[in-house]
Design a protein around this ligand. Structure first.
Ligand SMILES: [Zn+2]
Length: 268
Protein backbone atom coordinates (compact mmCIF):
# COMPACT_ATOMS: atom_id res chain seq x y z
CA UNK A 1 0.00 0.00 0.00
CA UNK A 2 1.39 3.42 -0.86
CA UNK A 3 2.32 5.13 2.40
CA UNK A 4 3.43 8.71 2.93
CA UNK A 5 6.97 8.10 1.59
CA UNK A 6 5.65 6.57 -1.64
CA UNK A 7 3.23 9.46 -2.12
CA UNK A 8 6.05 11.95 -1.51
CA UNK A 9 8.27 10.04 -3.93
CA UNK A 10 5.47 10.03 -6.49
CA UNK A 11 5.10 13.80 -6.09
CA UNK A 12 8.81 14.37 -6.63
CA UNK A 13 8.82 12.03 -9.61
CA UNK A 14 5.88 13.48 -11.53
CA UNK A 15 6.14 17.15 -10.54
CA UNK A 16 8.80 18.20 -13.09
CA UNK A 17 6.66 16.82 -15.93
CA UNK A 18 3.48 18.58 -14.83
CA UNK A 19 4.31 21.97 -13.41
CA UNK A 20 3.22 24.84 -15.65
CA UNK A 21 1.65 22.44 -18.15
CA UNK A 22 -1.87 22.86 -19.46
CA UNK A 23 -4.23 19.89 -19.33
CA UNK A 24 -5.18 19.24 -22.95
CA UNK A 25 -7.49 16.37 -22.22
CA UNK A 26 -8.57 13.78 -19.67
CA UNK A 27 -9.72 10.25 -20.40
CA UNK A 28 -11.61 8.34 -17.73
CA UNK A 29 -12.23 4.65 -18.32
CA UNK A 30 -13.42 3.79 -14.83
CA UNK A 31 -15.27 6.24 -12.60
CA UNK A 32 -16.08 4.02 -9.65
CA UNK A 33 -13.15 4.41 -7.33
CA UNK A 34 -13.45 4.74 -3.54
CA UNK A 35 -15.58 7.80 -4.26
CA UNK A 36 -16.85 8.22 -7.83
CA UNK A 37 -14.68 10.53 -9.93
CA UNK A 38 -16.32 13.98 -9.66
CA UNK A 39 -19.02 14.50 -12.28
CA UNK A 40 -18.04 17.08 -14.86
CA UNK A 41 -14.34 17.00 -13.91
CA UNK A 42 -13.55 16.75 -17.64
CA UNK A 43 -15.01 20.13 -18.53
CA UNK A 44 -13.64 21.72 -15.37
CA UNK A 45 -10.02 20.83 -15.96
CA UNK A 46 -9.67 20.79 -19.76
CA UNK A 47 -7.57 23.79 -20.79
CA UNK A 48 -6.50 24.59 -17.22
CA UNK A 49 -2.90 25.12 -16.23
CA UNK A 50 -1.24 23.23 -13.39
CA UNK A 51 0.10 25.93 -11.09
CA UNK A 52 1.35 23.70 -8.30
CA UNK A 53 1.23 20.15 -7.01
CA UNK A 54 1.49 19.49 -3.30
CA UNK A 55 1.11 16.67 -0.84
CA UNK A 56 -1.00 16.72 2.33
CA UNK A 57 -1.03 13.47 4.31
CA UNK A 58 -1.36 10.85 1.58
CA UNK A 59 -3.25 13.15 -0.79
CA UNK A 60 -1.78 14.79 -3.87
CA UNK A 61 -3.37 18.10 -4.69
CA UNK A 62 -3.18 19.49 -8.23
CA UNK A 63 -3.74 23.24 -8.03
CA UNK A 64 -5.25 24.57 -11.27
CA UNK A 65 -6.36 28.08 -12.24
CA UNK A 66 -9.96 27.38 -11.35
CA UNK A 67 -9.88 24.89 -8.50
CA UNK A 68 -8.03 21.80 -7.42
CA UNK A 69 -7.97 18.10 -8.01
CA UNK A 70 -7.40 15.82 -5.03
CA UNK A 71 -5.84 12.47 -5.88
CA UNK A 72 -5.43 9.59 -3.45
CA UNK A 73 -3.66 6.37 -4.39
CA UNK A 74 -5.78 4.21 -2.07
CA UNK A 75 -4.51 0.67 -1.49
CA UNK A 76 -2.85 -0.01 -4.79
CA UNK A 77 -2.85 3.13 -6.93
CA UNK A 78 0.11 4.51 -8.83
CA UNK A 79 0.82 7.36 -11.22
CA UNK A 80 3.30 7.31 -14.06
CA UNK A 81 4.32 9.68 -16.79
CA UNK A 82 4.28 8.45 -20.36
CA UNK A 83 6.43 10.41 -22.76
CA UNK A 84 4.86 8.70 -25.77
CA UNK A 85 1.45 7.12 -26.27
CA UNK A 86 1.32 3.65 -24.73
CA UNK A 87 -1.40 1.01 -24.80
CA UNK A 88 -3.79 0.86 -21.87
CA UNK A 89 -2.93 -1.86 -19.44
CA UNK A 90 -5.51 -3.64 -17.33
CA UNK A 91 -6.41 -1.40 -14.33
CA UNK A 92 -5.25 1.80 -16.06
CA UNK A 93 -8.28 4.00 -15.30
CA UNK A 94 -7.47 7.64 -15.95
CA UNK A 95 -5.12 9.60 -18.18
CA UNK A 96 -4.29 13.28 -18.22
CA UNK A 97 -2.92 14.52 -21.53
CA UNK A 98 -0.66 17.55 -21.26
CA UNK A 99 0.18 20.21 -23.80
CA UNK A 100 3.77 18.96 -23.88
CA UNK A 101 2.49 15.69 -25.31
CA UNK A 102 3.33 13.81 -22.10
CA UNK A 103 0.63 11.87 -20.32
CA UNK A 104 -0.05 11.06 -16.69
CA UNK A 105 -1.59 7.63 -16.30
CA UNK A 106 -3.42 6.38 -13.18
CA UNK A 107 -3.32 2.66 -12.46
CA UNK A 108 -5.25 1.10 -9.56
CA UNK A 109 -6.15 -2.62 -9.42
CA UNK A 110 -8.18 -2.40 -6.21
CA UNK A 111 -9.86 0.92 -7.04
CA UNK A 112 -9.65 2.37 -3.53
CA UNK A 113 -8.09 5.58 -4.78
CA UNK A 114 -9.87 8.81 -5.64
CA UNK A 115 -9.93 11.67 -8.14
CA UNK A 116 -11.96 14.56 -6.85
CA UNK A 117 -12.47 18.06 -8.19
CA UNK A 118 -13.45 21.13 -6.19
CA UNK A 119 -13.47 24.84 -6.87
CA UNK A 120 -13.23 25.51 -3.15
CA UNK A 121 -11.64 23.35 -0.46
CA UNK A 122 -11.81 19.59 -0.04
CA UNK A 123 -13.49 18.30 3.12
CA UNK A 124 -11.06 15.38 3.14
CA UNK A 125 -8.27 17.78 4.15
CA UNK A 126 -10.09 19.25 7.11
CA UNK A 127 -9.40 17.93 10.60
CA UNK A 128 -6.03 16.50 9.62
CA UNK A 129 -3.27 16.60 12.21
CA UNK A 130 0.19 18.04 11.46
CA UNK A 131 2.61 16.59 8.94
CA UNK A 132 5.09 14.29 10.71
CA UNK A 133 8.06 15.94 9.00
CA UNK A 134 6.99 19.44 9.97
CA UNK A 135 8.55 21.37 12.84
CA UNK A 136 5.28 21.53 14.73
CA UNK A 137 5.36 17.78 15.20
CA UNK A 138 7.57 16.85 18.15
CA UNK A 139 7.61 15.08 21.52
CA UNK A 140 6.14 18.07 23.29
CA UNK A 141 3.16 18.05 20.93
CA UNK A 142 2.55 14.31 21.32
CA UNK A 143 2.88 14.49 25.09
CA UNK A 144 0.44 17.38 25.36
CA UNK A 145 -2.15 15.65 23.17
CA UNK A 146 -1.79 12.27 24.89
CA UNK A 147 -2.79 13.42 28.36
CA UNK A 148 -5.47 11.22 29.93
CA UNK A 149 -5.79 9.16 26.76
CA UNK A 150 -6.27 5.45 27.42
CA UNK A 151 -5.91 4.39 23.79
CA UNK A 152 -2.83 2.30 22.88
CA UNK A 153 0.08 4.49 21.83
CA UNK A 154 0.26 2.76 18.45
CA UNK A 155 -3.37 3.55 17.65
CA UNK A 156 -2.74 7.09 18.94
CA UNK A 157 0.09 7.83 16.50
CA UNK A 158 -1.81 6.16 13.64
CA UNK A 159 -4.79 8.47 14.17
CA UNK A 160 -4.72 11.08 11.38
CA UNK A 161 -6.18 13.77 13.60
CA UNK A 162 -3.11 13.37 15.85
CA UNK A 163 -0.52 13.18 13.07
CA UNK A 164 -0.96 12.23 9.41
CA UNK A 165 0.78 9.58 7.38
CA UNK A 166 2.08 7.26 10.10
CA UNK A 167 0.96 3.92 8.69
CA UNK A 168 1.34 0.52 10.31
CA UNK A 169 4.89 -0.03 9.06
CA UNK A 170 6.20 3.31 10.33
CA UNK A 171 4.31 3.14 13.63
CA UNK A 172 5.63 -0.37 14.34
CA UNK A 173 9.20 0.47 13.39
CA UNK A 174 9.46 3.75 15.26
CA UNK A 175 7.93 2.24 18.43
CA UNK A 176 10.56 -0.48 18.28
CA UNK A 177 13.37 2.04 17.78
CA UNK A 178 12.04 4.00 20.76
CA UNK A 179 11.71 0.92 23.00
CA UNK A 180 7.99 1.58 23.58
CA UNK A 181 5.43 -1.23 23.74
CA UNK A 182 2.74 -0.53 21.15
CA UNK A 183 -0.12 -1.40 23.52
CA UNK A 184 0.98 0.98 26.30
CA UNK A 185 -1.74 3.58 27.04
CA UNK A 186 -0.86 6.84 25.26
CA UNK A 187 -1.45 8.87 28.42
CA UNK A 188 1.17 6.94 30.37
CA UNK A 189 4.28 7.75 28.40
CA UNK A 190 6.78 10.40 29.48
CA UNK A 191 7.64 13.53 27.52
CA UNK A 192 11.17 12.26 27.08
CA UNK A 193 9.99 9.03 25.47
CA UNK A 194 7.60 10.94 23.23
CA UNK A 195 10.52 13.06 22.04
CA UNK A 196 12.35 9.89 21.10
CA UNK A 197 9.25 8.56 19.36
CA UNK A 198 8.62 11.74 17.35
CA UNK A 199 12.26 11.71 16.28
CA UNK A 200 12.14 8.09 15.22
CA UNK A 201 8.95 8.65 13.24
CA UNK A 202 10.74 11.41 11.32
CA UNK A 203 13.88 9.31 10.80
CA UNK A 204 11.93 6.27 9.57
CA UNK A 205 9.85 8.29 7.12
CA UNK A 206 12.83 10.29 5.83
CA UNK A 207 14.86 7.16 5.27
CA UNK A 208 12.04 5.67 3.21
CA UNK A 209 11.70 8.85 1.17
CA UNK A 210 15.44 8.95 0.52
CA UNK A 211 15.41 5.35 -0.59
CA UNK A 212 12.46 6.06 -2.85
CA UNK A 213 14.45 8.83 -4.43
CA UNK A 214 16.67 6.31 -6.13
CA UNK A 215 13.72 4.92 -8.07
CA UNK A 216 12.44 8.21 -9.44
CA UNK A 217 13.29 7.27 -13.00
CA UNK A 218 10.56 4.63 -12.81
CA UNK A 219 7.94 7.35 -12.97
CA UNK A 220 8.69 8.14 -16.56
CA UNK A 221 9.67 4.81 -18.03
CA UNK A 222 6.09 3.93 -18.86
CA UNK A 223 6.59 0.33 -17.83
CA UNK A 224 4.21 0.78 -14.98
CA UNK A 225 6.63 -0.02 -12.19
CA UNK A 226 5.42 2.47 -9.60
CA UNK A 227 8.83 2.45 -7.95
CA UNK A 228 7.69 1.39 -4.51
CA UNK A 229 10.44 0.00 -2.43
CA UNK A 230 11.05 -2.52 0.28
CA UNK A 231 12.88 -1.31 3.30
CA UNK A 232 14.80 -3.19 5.91
CA UNK A 233 12.36 -3.74 8.73
CA UNK A 234 13.00 -4.53 12.39
CA UNK A 235 9.56 -5.73 13.48
CA UNK A 236 6.85 -5.13 10.86
CA UNK A 237 5.63 -8.47 9.43
CA UNK A 238 8.37 -10.31 11.36
CA UNK A 239 6.15 -12.11 13.89
CA UNK A 240 7.88 -15.16 15.41
CA UNK A 241 11.28 -14.18 14.04
CA UNK A 242 14.17 -13.22 16.32
CA UNK A 243 14.46 -9.61 17.50
CA UNK A 244 17.38 -7.98 15.72
CA UNK A 245 18.48 -6.43 19.00
CA UNK A 246 18.14 -9.19 21.64
CA UNK A 247 17.39 -12.31 19.53
CA UNK A 248 14.23 -13.24 21.50
CA UNK A 249 11.12 -14.13 19.48
CA UNK A 250 8.94 -11.21 18.36
CA UNK A 251 5.28 -11.19 19.47
CA UNK A 252 2.15 -10.24 17.56
CA UNK A 253 -0.95 -8.58 18.96
CA UNK A 254 -4.00 -6.91 17.37
CA UNK A 255 -4.14 -3.24 18.32
CA UNK A 256 -6.97 -1.14 16.90
CA UNK A 257 -7.67 -3.98 14.43
CA UNK A 258 -4.14 -3.78 13.08
CA UNK A 259 -1.50 -6.44 13.41
CA UNK A 260 1.28 -5.21 15.65
CA UNK A 261 4.60 -6.95 16.05
CA UNK A 262 6.97 -6.03 18.85
CA UNK A 263 9.68 -7.34 21.19
CA UNK A 264 8.52 -8.03 24.76
CA UNK A 265 12.06 -7.54 26.02
CA UNK A 266 13.17 -4.41 24.16
CA UNK A 267 9.84 -2.59 24.25
CA UNK A 268 8.36 -1.63 27.62
ZN1 LIG B 1 14.41 -7.47 21.54
Amino acid sequence: MPELPEVETTLRGIRPFLLGETIADITIRQRSLRWPVTKGIETSIRGSAIKEISRRAKYLQFHLDNGSMLVHLGMSGSLRVLTQPGFWKKHDHIELKLNSGNMLRYHDPRRFGSWLWSQGGHWQLKKLGPEPLSEGFDGEYLYRLSKRRQVAVKAFIMNSSVVVGVGNIYASESLFLSGIRPDRPAGRISKKRYSMLANNIKITLKRAIDRGGTTLRDYSNGNGDPGYFKQELFVYARNGLPCMNCRSRLTEKRIGQRSSVFCMRCQV
